[in-house]
Design a binder for this molecule. Structure first.
Ligand code: UDP
Length: 493
């Protein structure tokens, strides 16, 4: 008898740790479906920016996941202040010929009668830029959205906003009302969309249009988190307005990385703290505060008297995503550690109550530690889902990308986060920090958010339970790929 051909899926993670991590998790889950193999493609650009990624992570992938790295493309002609979106999309754009070559070689090596061809090409949100290449080769494309569905609906709406309005979005007189979503101020749209004249603006609008080339969206969200939005999106898909969305989340890593064998010292420190007492403060892989904001946050944490575990980054006065490229801080002469930027005597004064860790910490383990009672977060979507999986309430401190959209959704719809301030520009003062973190760990609003976090944790577990909504959605998309592969290998014999 002939073996059924395994469906081969090509996954493309765009540059950045925050993109490679969830794509690796998707790869793991895809091959766990059985009869599916995967190739995980990453970019040489940025991937070595600290933390030993992605090699340590790649080493932990199951054997049915192959890997490929697209060669580094030069970026030295970009202006020094080019936005993160411009940098990433420039990398993706310049590497399109390499991607095409890679897809052609994968098509050749897994083509019938030996295999079922390439059943699907699955880029993430920035990689959606490359859908055209797959379409030209006749490979179905599915965009893996490592954000929530509201952020996707918002992005898909942007080309229309671009066409029908002329002012900057932050000056829009009316809030943006999208089906199934809480309303959004124009000012909450991502930064690159706040300046129509910037190259990043054009990139994002074009990227939104290219999303429509997809055969479907695989979205890292789940029913209990975005019930109304999912229902509204399904209706739009049925009408043919958008490709279908599969809500398959939450995908959360089970450990922080492949590399960390030894237990991080901060976990031993947490072991000594009371249950639910510690605030975990971290702004993702890229989030960066200014020098002044770093000092205010430190002073506010100290003044609050709350216990804290803070992952401190080199500050940057120019770019809230500076850590993403590892460009913040260096050469400023405060020694080799970002801890050198904390106020004089801070470590001594907060000893026993707080712990500051330089640059990177094992977040998944930290959030699920019984001592952690709150999360001061930039609202990156992976961080948010990790908080959900651990049942930890958040204080929303959005910095860049789609984080303001997430913050609005988390505070006003999901109820998981407190968002003390409506505006995100300018400094959050030490008084505001102290009041907000105290409310989160010890106040009534914090308690309500904690209750919501617990509910969401249970619902998240159910979503991947035997008859769970996310499990079913994921099986549905995997079975489309298997059908495509089977049809191809039948067609060839
Ligand atoms: N992360 C971590 N330790 C850190 C900072 C971040 O393990 O000190 C991980 C975090 O657990 C999450 C990812 O890096 O999985 C960050 O992704 P997210 O979407 O939250 O934010 P981004 O970095 O994309 O802004």
């Amino acid at each position: 008898g002939k073996q059924p051909a395994a469906a081969h899926v090509v996954l493309l993670a765009s540059p950045g740790v925050g993109h490679v991590l969830p794509m690796a998790e998707l790869a793991r889950r895809v091959v766990a479906q059985g009869e599916v193999t995967a190739t995980l493609v990453t970019y040489a650009n940025f991937s070595s920016a600290g933390h030993g990624f992605p090699s340590a992570l790649m080493a932990t992938l199951p054997p049915s996941v192959s890997t490929a790295v697209l060669p580094e493309v030069p970026l030295d002609d970009l202006p020094a202040n080019a936005r993160i979106e411009t940098r990433i999309l420039t990398v993706v754009d310049r590497a399109l010929p390499n991607l095409r070559d890679l897809l052609i070689s994968l098509l050749a090596s897994s083509s019938p009668p030996g295999g079922g061809g390439v059943a699907a090409f699955v880029p993430d949100l920035f990689g959606a830029w490359a859908l055209q290449v797959a379409a030209e080769l006749g490979v179905p494309g599915y965009v893996f959205r490592t954000t929530n569905l509201m952020a996707l609906l918002t992005l898909l709406h942007v080309p229309e906003l671009d066409r029908t309005t002329t002012c900057e979005f932050r000056d829009l007189p009316e809030p943006i009302r999208l089906p199934g979503c809480v309303s959004l101020r124009g000012a909450d749209l991502p930064d690159p969309l706040q300046d129509r004249t910037s190259p990043a603006y054009r990139f994002v609008v074009e990227s939104a249009k290219r999303h429509l080339l997809a055969d479907g969206f695989i979205v890292n969200t789940f029913d209990a988190m975005e019930h109304e939005t999912i229902a509204a999106f399904n209706e739009l898909s049925h009408k043919g307005v958008y490709p279908p969305a599969y809500a398959v989340g939450p995908f959360v890593r089970t450990c922080s990385s492949g590399g960390e064998k030894a237990q991080h010292g901060c976990l031993r420190w947490l072991d000594e703290q009371p249950d639910g007492s510690v605030l975990y403060v971290c702004f993702g892989s890229g989030g960066t505060l200014s020098t002044e904001q770093t000092a205010e946050l430190a002073a506010g944490l100290e003044a609050s008297g709350q216990r804290f575990l803070w992952v401190v980054r080199f500050p940057s006065d120019k770019d809230r995503s500076a850590s993403f490229f590892g460009t913040a801080g260096h050469g400023h002469g405060h020694g080799d550690s970002p801890l050198g930027y904390l106020p004089e005597g801070f470590a001594e004064r907060t000893r026993g109550i707080g712990l500051a860790v330089a640059e990177w910490a094992p977040q998944v383990e930290i959030l699920s530690h019984r001592a952690v009672g709150g999360f001061v977060s930039h609202c990156g979507w992976n961080s948010t889902l990790e908080a959900v999986a651990a049942g930890v309430p958040m204080l929303a401190w959005p910095l860049y990308a789609e984080q303001r959209v997430n913050a609005v959704m988390l505070a006003e719809r999901a109820g998981l986060a407190l968002r003390p301030r409506g505006k995100d520009d300018g400094i959050v003062t030490r008084e505001e920090v102290a009041a907000a973190v105290t409310e989160l760990v010890a106040g009534e609003k914090g308690a309500a958010a904690r209750e919501k976090a617990r509910e969401l944790r249970e619902a998240a577990a159910e979503a991947w339970g035997p008859d769970g909504t996310s499990r079913k959605a994921f099986e549905a998309v995997a079975s489309e790929w298997k059908k495509a592969a089977a049809a191809r290998s039948r067609g060839a014999s």
